[in-house]
Design a protein around this ligand. Structure first.
Ligand code: SAM
Length: 233
C-alpha cells in the first residue's frame, strides 16, 4: 500500500515510521510513505500556504492552490487507485470497522489541515472521505492521520507478531477486549483470577467473553445497545 501525506510538518510522522510495531511495516515495505509539503507547491517568494478567510473571522485558512498541486503530485506518485482522506473534526467518526475498510483500500492520501482548516473547494473537488478522530479539536491533521494510519497498519498481514491479535482486540467484535494479567500471580494483594490458571480453554474463553461484555455494558452501553448477540458462547 502506498500512503501519501499532504502536510506542512512531515517530520512529525517519524513518531510512526521510527518506533515500535508501525516501524516494522515501513521497514518491510508493507507500507510505502511519502510526504507532499504544500509549501513546495507555491509560486510566491514567501511560499505562502494560507490566507485570510473571506467574510472575516479569526485565524487563517489553507489556500486551495498549493493543496491541489500537492494532491495532484501525490496521485502521480501513487500511480494507481487511491482514496483521498481529509482529517477533520467535521468528518465521520473513526471506528474499527472503518479502519478495517480503509486497510483494504489499495492506496491512500491523507490531507492534514492546519490553522482554521482548508478551503472548502478542496473538500468538494478532491476529498473522498472526511474522517474525525473524536469530538474535540486538535491543532492539526498530522496526529489524527497518524492515529488512523497506525490503526490501519495493524490490519496488514506480517505487521503484528501474531496476526490473530488484531481480531481479538477491543472493537474487533464491537465490544472491548478482556482484561489481561501476567506474572506475578499475586500483585499488591490482588490474585490473578483462578480460571486463567486452570488450563481449561473453554472455561477461559467463556470467562473472557463474560468480562468483555460486562465491562463494555458498564462503560460503553452505546456499543452494546441494539446487539442481541452479545451472549456467552
Ligand atoms: N476550525 C476547524 C473547525 O472548527 O472545524 C478546526 C481546525 S483545527 C484547529 C486544524 C486542523 O486540525 C483541521 O483542519 C483538521 O485537519 C485537524 N483536526 C482537528 N481536530 C480534528 C479531529 N477531531 N479529527 C481529525 N482532524 C482534526
Amino acid at each position: 500500500m502506498r500512503v501519501a501525506v499532504v502536510t506542512i510538518f512531515p517530520e512529525m510522522f517519524d513518531a510512526l515510521t521510527e518506533y515500535g510495531v508501525t516501524r516494522r511495516a515501513f521497514e518491510k515495505n508493507i507500507i510505502e510513505i511519502k510526504y507532499f509539503n504544500p509549501r513546495d507547491f507555491t509560486d510566491d517568494i514567501h511560499n505562502s500556504i494560507d490566507d485570510r478567510p473571506y467574510g472575516g473571522g479569526p485565524g487563517m485558512v489553507m489556500s486551495p492552490e498549493p493543496l491541489k498541486n500537492a494532491i495532484v503530485e501525490a496521485k502521480q506518485w501513487i500511480n494507481g487507485k487511491v482514496k483521498v482522506i481529509y482529517l477533520s473534526p467535521q468528518g465521520k467518526l473513526m471506528k474499527q470497522s472503518r479502519i478495517k475498510a480503509l486497510s483494504e483500500e489499495e492506496n491512500l492520501i491523507f490531507l492534514a489541515g492546519r490553522y482554521e482548516g482548508i478551503d472548502e473547494r478542496i473538500i468538494l473537488n478532491y476529498v473522498d472521505y472526511e474522517l474525525s478522530i473524536g469530538d474535540y479539536i486538535v491543532s492539526g491533521g498530522e496526529l489524527p492521520a497518524m492515529v488512523v494510519l497506525d490503526a490501519i497498519i495493524r490490519y496488514k498481514p506480517g505487521v503484528l507478531g501474531n496476526d490473530e491479535s488484531v481480531h481479538q482486540e477491543s472493537f474487533s467484535e464491537g465490544i472491548f477486549d478482556s482484561p489481561n494479567y501476567t506474572r506475578p500471580e499475586i500483585f499488591e494483594n490482588i490474585q490473578v483470577p483462578k480460571v486463567l490458571l486452570s488450563g481449561d480453554h473453554k472455561k477461559i474463553k467463556d470467562w473472557r467473553r463474560a468480562q468483555a461484555i460486562t465491562k463494555t455494558k458498564n462503560t460503553r452501553p452505546d456499543l452494546v445497545r441494539g446487539h442481541n448477540n452479545y451472549q456467552l458462547s
